[in-house]
Design a protein around this ligand. Structure first.
Ligand SMILES: *[C@@H]1O[C@H](CO)[C@@H](O)[C@H](O)[C@H]1NC(C)=O
Length: 212
């Protein structure tokens, strides 16, 4: 167990990930009336912190949330990667669960990996309510932060999602970003913006492992 935790920390400190020493995670708000029904549907990732599990050259990053049960939704994350002129859609399936009763906007997101062992390892590092919905109006934007501390190392994730991929060109986005910087400590200069200019693909290599 200890060994896994240690190698996990090494993996997390790769350059791409946003990490720091001893930083406190920002306190996420509780949205008591968070409505997972209204959150369903398709979201375009417009900006994010770089991380280890999304390709830097990925385009058209999308998350689609669909019916699962009363307290959870299915997650379908996709991106398009162009290699040798072939545009490949790939991604991962998982689930987002409202696991903490009095914090409905603190979702637990896990992905369905190809082996039981890989799932076990990844779930070991997934804390309850890891995916914090900081704010959403359901119709335009959603901001999600994730922050985990491993001993002295703090690893942060951020995603700005929008129904319309051109949302970053709006005044509403500017206001949202200013609020996110001020209230939630988002570091704007660390964000990378996703390209949604061409979302066609030639092949789709997504494979649904189902609930595991
Ligand atoms: C996942 O989403 C992509 C589009 O973003 C879609 O093409 C694909 O069919 C979806 N997969 C499932 C199983 O719903």
């Amino acid at each position: 167990m200890k060994l896994f935790a240690f190698s996990g920390i090494l993996a997390f400190t790769e350059a791409k990930q946003i990490w720091s020493w001893g930083k406190k995670c920002v306190e996420a708000p509780v949205i008591a009336d968070f409505d997972i029904e209204r959150y369903k549907g398709q979201w375009n990732e417009v900006a994010r912190y770089p991380n280890n599990f999304q390709d830097e050259e990925g385009q058209c990053n999308r998350a689609t949330y669909t019916d699962r049960d009363e307290i959870s939704v299915k997650v379908n994350n996709t991106q398009i990667i162009e290699r040798d002129g072939v545009r490949e859609a790939n991604g991962a399936f998982g689930q987002a669960i409202q696991e903490i009763e009095d914090k409905p906007n603190w979702l637990t997101v896990t992905f369905n990996l190809e082996s039981g062992f890989a799932n076990w390892i990844s779930r070991l590092f997934t804390s309850k309510g890891n995916y914090k919905m900081m704010g959403t109006d359901y119709d335009n934007y959603a901001v999600v932060l994730s922050c985990q501390r491993y001993w002295f190392i703090t690893v942060e994730q951020a995603w700005f999602l929008a129904r319309d991929p051109n949302f970053p060109q709006t005044d509403q986005f500017r206001e949202l970003m200013d609020d996110a910087v001020e209230n939630w400590g988002v570091q704007e200069d660390l964000l990378v913006y996703s390209d949604h200019s061409d979302c066609s693909w030639d092949i789709n290599t997504q494979f649904d492992w189902g609930d595991v």
